[in-house]
Design a binder for this molecule. Structure first.
Ligand SMILES: Nc1ncnc2c1ncn2[C@@H]1O[C@H](COP(=O)(O)OP(=O)(O)OP(=O)(O)O)[C@@H](O)[C@H]1O
Length: 784
């Protein structure tokens, strides 16, 4: 027995897996992404896109920024010089070929606002874009093989039914009578009346009959609106997205118009555009802020043959070939920060970004599932945009994208995001699409009704139908021989009639059988129709109940709405009153501010004036002081001269060391040293008339010594904050006592002594002339 590790089994399974993967890849195709660079705007100075080849471009960052240049590769890149025809030929023509072959396709433009999405898809009169060119080419191709109008009709459920020629002609005449035609747009208003290129596609089955149907919708704020629905007037009605019998997504109740020429299609497109603008005025929106979807469906009725009378005959196989081409102009991506949108615009931007983000998320998950083999749920339901195009990503048809790029350097950031998304998108694979056939109901009166032949109808017909007439014979019984020939002839006739009668009877039996069989079929159809009718009735009843409920809800909501409206009115009044108050207060504040400004200006002027006066005063005072000082100096000089002459102490600060003499006092229980530094020469004696002002800066430590400064009459102060203390005429001596404790228990007390002399300004000045130093030394310290 071989073990799994010998390699055989895994190799076999590996081979089958690779084969199946190859099969899958054979049946899949990638989303084709094209890139179109628009010309640089006039107001833009520099360009951030460099074209490296037909398929590669480089996004170059600003020289100031730290970012590196990034290269992107696409299926094809159209430079700013590429014309509309070139883009159409490369991007849309293959999709159109698919459409004619009954396949579907999705083409969408993606890019930053103003990058040329609408220009590429719709264009203008002188430069028609992809849509008008598709329409023009389509009608050029099928022009001669179109089915008569209303022969093929939409069944309003994403399918089609074929009507009889009679029904179609009745509908045509009804249309003409009721004039239920879309109002025609004036030719000169039609932007696509251009000289068409007469492009004709090959490979059209000429025996088929073609009908073209168009729908035009937009998705604004994640709501689907039908731009061709005129039944609701100027107000656009929102539409729901549903799944049809074949699980294809469609817009429920969308107006699908059968068009017979390119001009008619352009008229309808213009009407749609007009309605879009009209609705956007009421919705306060802009066209570029919605996703618009222009859908073209080409229906082929197979192998129509003409009978002898020239009537069109429909074959027995009830199949219609239906191809669909969806042209989508996505709203521009934008950063709300850059556009500085607020309110409604911010909401729109949010919705645009959400739907584009959903598209991005769907494509990313699809790619991840394909790369890793995982089976993550693709969030198509997150937005109407992705939900509507779900089928395309699941193999309904080819998907193509045109990324539009504005090369201006201001769009660098947004372009980066767009190109990254485009790069991811082109890695997504979608299943290869097949031509789609849908069944349709057989028209009731297309085939001529077979005449039912009953016995009575057969009887009603002349007996000649059984053969030649029975001749009347006048029989002569006397001479029978004479009638021999006539009788033989009669026998022959009767035999022939008998034979004919037998054949007729056989035919009638056969016809009866046929009739019975048909009756059974009709009965079956009837039973089927009956059950279908019952289903429809049940659905109708359900819908009716739902409608009733909705009506009740609407009534309730209307009541609430009315209440809210009245509340809103009251609140508006309150707001108005508050606004009035605010305005009044604002007015008052403004007046006050104005007054303040005036006062400020006055004060500033006053300040300037006072400053000037003050400066003047100061200047005068200064001059006066200078003069006084001069006068005093002169006076002092005189006093000095006088003092010099008559032994006056030097008016200085503390005298220098060589002017002092020391003496040792008596020994006290504590070693006590007293130094008196005296300014020499000293002429003054300690007379009894001395009155001292003793100024203790700190409270002196009690020394307990008999040596005390000789100040009999004294007044002690700790602070000299009163001028009177100094200018007091009773005091003529001043002593400042300062004490400090030094290392080893030494205490040093300094007495700075001086004379108080009155000044001519009414003040006093102290002239220090003696320093007495008292030192107390610890005997213990001395012993050491
Ligand atoms: N390739 C181009 N050649 C010449 N003009 C262009 C080209 N692409 C865009 N423009 C011009 O640039 C302007 C903006 O283009 P368009 O309206 O197509 O941008 P957009 O991407 O659809 O913007 P939005 O997202 O806002 O709808 C238009 O006036 C258009 O004529």
């Amino acid at each position: 027995m071989k073990r799994a590790s010998d390699g055989n089994t895994p190799v076999a399974s590996k081979t089958s897996r690779t084969q199946s993967r190859e099969n899958i890849s054979l049946n899949q195709e990638t989303v084709r992404v094209f890139c179109r660079i628009r010309p640089l705007k006039e107001d833009s100075t520099s360009c951030c896109v460099k074209l490296l080849s037909e398929t590669t471009l480089s996004l170059t960052a600003d020289t100031k920024s730290q970012r590196k240049d990034c290269n992107y590769v696409f299926k094809q890149i159209f430079s700013s010089f590429a014309n509309q025809r070139e883009v159409f030929d490369n991007v849309a023509l293959p999709l159109l070929e698919d459409l004619v072959n009954g396949k579907s396709g999705l083409l969408f433009t993606y890019g930053v606002t103003g990058s040329g999405k609408t220009f590429t898809l719709t264009g203008d009169q002188s430069n028609p874009g992809i849509m008008p060119r598709c329409i023009d080419t389509l009608f050029n191709t099928i022009g001669d093989y179109q089915a008569r109008k209303f022969l093929i009709k939409s069944d309003k459920m994403n399918g089609f039914e074929v009507q009889s020629e009679q029904e179609a002609s009745e509908e045509r005449s009804r249309e003409i009578k009721s004039l239920k035609r879309y109002k025609t747009v004036k030719k000169n208003n039609n932007p696509f009346c251009y000289e068409n290129d007469r492009i004709k596609l090959q490979g059209v089955t000429e025996t088929n009959r073609f009908a073209v149907f168009i729908t035009y919708i937009e998705i604004y704020n994640n709501i689907v609106y039908d731009l061709l629905d005129e039944s609701t007037g100027e107000v656009l009605q929102s539409k729901a997205i549903r799944k049809d019998f074949h699980n294809n997504m469609y817009v429920n109740g969308v107006v699908e118009v059968e068009v017979k020429s390119a001009a008619e299609t352009f008229e309808l497109f213009c009407l749609g555009q007009k309605r879009k603008h009209m609705a956007h005025t009421t919705l306060n929106a802009e066209s570029s802020r919605s996703h618009s979807v222009f859908n073209i469906r080409l229906v082929q009725l197979q192998q129509i043959v003409q009978n002898n009378q020239g009537q069109q005959m429909i074959p027995d196989q009830n199949l219609l070939k239906v191809g669909q081409l969806s042209l989508v102009d996505l709203a521009g991506t934008e950063r709300s920060k850059r556009t500085q949108n607020i309110g409604m615009r911010l909401k729109e931007t949010g919705n645009i970004n959400n739907s584009l983000m959903s598209l991005r998320a769907c494509l990313e998950i699809l790619r991840e599932n394909q790369l890793t083999g995982s089976n993550k749920l693709v969030p198509y339901r997150d937005s109407r945009l992705t939900f509507l195009f779900k089928n395309y990503f699941e193999g309904e048809g080819q998907v193509r994208m045109v990324v539009c790029v504005n090369p201006s350097v201001e769009d660098y950031e947004e372009n980066l995001q767009v190109l990254r998304f485009a790069e991811i998108t082109q890695e997504v694979k979608v299943p290869r699409s097949e031509a789609r056939y849908t069944p349709y109901k057989t028209p009731k009166s297309t085939k001529p009704k077979p005449q039912i032949q009953t016995r009575s109808t057969i009887k009603a017909k002349k007996s000649a139908s059984f053969g030649p007439e029975i001749p009347s014979i006048k029989f002569n019984y006397d001479n029978v021989k004479q009638h021999e020939n006539e009788l033989n002839n009669l026998i022959k006739i009767l035999k022939a009639r008998k034979q004919k009668r037998e054949t007729c009877e056989k035919n009638v039996t056969k016809m009866e059988e046929n009739f019975r069989r048909r009756l059974v079929t009709v009965n079956q159809v009837f039973v089927f129709d009956k059950s279908e009718t019952q289903n429809i009735r049940a659905t109708f009843k359900k819908q009716k109940n739902m409608n009733l409920n909705l009506e009740h809800k609407i009534t309730d909501l209307e009541t609430i709405n009315n209440e809210l409206l009245s509340k809103n009115k009251d609140l508006k009044e309150v707001v108005q009153a508050l606004q009035n108050t605010i305005e009044k207060k604002n007015l008052k504040i403004n007046q006050n501010l104005l007054a303040c400004e005036v006062r400020k200006e006055k004060l500033a002027l006053q300040n300037a004036r006072l400053l000037k006066e003050h400066e003047e005063k100061l200047r005068k005072q200064h001059a006066q002081h200078e003069a006084e000082l001069e006068f005093k100096n002169v006076k002092l000089k005189k006093v000095k001269d006088l003092v010099d002459d008559s032994y006056v102490p030097v008016i200085t600060s503390i005298p220098t060391a060589q002017h002092y003499h020391d003496y040792e006092p008596h020994q006290t229980p504590n070693t006590y040293r007293r130094n008196v530094h005296r300014t020499l020469p000293h002429r003054r004696s300690r007379s009894a008339g001395e009155a001292w002002l003793e100024h203790n800066t700190v409270k002196p430590v009690a020394l307990g010594t008999v040596f005390q400064p000789a100040m009999k009459k004294r007044k002690s102060v700790t602070k000299l904050d009163k001028l009177k203390d100094v200018t007091n005429s009773k005091q003529n001596k001043y002593c400042l006592i300062a004490q400090e404790v030094q290392n080893g228990g030494k205490i040093e007390t300094n007495l700075y002594k001086g004379d108080i002399l009155p000044t001519c300004g009414g003040g006093a000045q102290v002239i220090f002339n003696e320093v007495e130093q008292l030192k107390q030394v610890s005997p213990v310290e001395n012993d050491k």
